[in-house]
Write a protein that binds this ligand. Sequence first.
Ligand code: ATP
Length: 317
Amino acid sequence: MTLTLPSFAKINRTLEILGRRPDGYHELRTILQTVDLADTLRFTPIDRGIEIVCDHPEVPLDERNLVWRAARLLNEYVGADYGIRVEIEKRIPAAGGLGGGSSNAAITLLALRHLWQIEVPLRKLFAMASRLGADVPFFLVGGSCLGVGRGDEVYPITDPQGRLETPYILLVNRGILVPTRDVYASLPAELTKPLSGAMMPLCLEVLFVHVSGHLPGSKIASSNADITSVQRLHNDLEIPVLPRYPQLREVREKLLELGAVGALLSGSGSTVFAVFENDPARQNAATLLRHDGWQAFPVATVGLERYQRLLGEVSLF
Ligand code: ATP
C-alpha cells in the first residue's frame, strides 16, 4: 500500500528580524503562506530501514535528508524500527527559500503518524517539527500563518473574506546558492540588537492589525496597514542578500518593470516572488524571464482549509 501526498512550497509575505536572542537565534516575525507549487511524496511501508529515492541531484538520500530525519524521529519517539520507502518527486527548487525540505519533513511526520498508527499529542508533534527546522511546524498547518520565535511558533491567520488569496503570483529562481547561515551572519547591527521587553507588544501589534486592519498611532498603521496589501510585502533579509547578489536585485526590479504590483525575496532567497493583477501580465513576465534563463513558476496561494483538505486522511484537523 502506497500513500501519495502533495508537499507544498511557501513564501514569506513579510519577514522582520526583531533582534538576537540569548540562545543566539534571531527572533523573527513573519507571515508565511503556502502556494500551489508542490513536490509529490510517495510513502510505502517496508520491513525495515528508511529508504529515500529522489531524482534531483542536490537532494541528499541519506540521514541529511529531512524526510529521513523525520522518519527517524518518529521511530525514536515510539522506540520502534518501522521501515519506510519514500519517493520524492521534486518540483520545488532546492535551497530556494521556498521551504521545500521543511515541507517534505512536515508531510512525512503527518504521513508516518498515520501509516504507523502512532499516537502523538499535538504539542509533541509540533516540538518534533521544530527540532527538524524552524519552518517545519508551519507546514503541519499551512495556509497563512503568523510565525514568531525562530518562525517556528505559528498562528493561523483567519481569512473569512478571502482577502489573503492571491491568484497571480510568479516565483522566479535561477539556482543561485544563498547560504542561509551567511545571510544571518551578515545582518546589519540594528537588526541584531539584543531583544528588549518590547517583543510581546510588537507581536500584539501585528495581531491587532490582522483583526482590525488599523492600530492608531502604531508604526504599521501609519503606513496604511493592511497585510493583504502588496505594499506590506517586506523582507529584512533583502538587506544583506540583494547587494551581494545583484542578479536577484535586477530580477526584482525587472518584475516591477514588467507590471508586478509587488516583488520580494522569499525567506533568505534565492527565489524572488512577484504579485500580478492578472494572468496575462504574469505570463508575459514568465516568458521574458525564461528567455533570460530564469525558471518561472506561476502559482496561487493555498489557504488553510484547502491545504488540510488536500492532505486528506493525514490532515491535522
Ligand atoms: P532553508 O531556507 O530552510 O535553508 P530552503 O527553503 O532554502 O531551506 P530546501 O529546499 O529546504 O531550501 O533545502 C535546503 C537544503 O536542505 C538543500 O540544499 C538540501 O541539501 C537539504 N535537504 C534536506 N532534505 C531535503 C529535501 N527533502 N528536499 C530538499 N532539500 C533537502
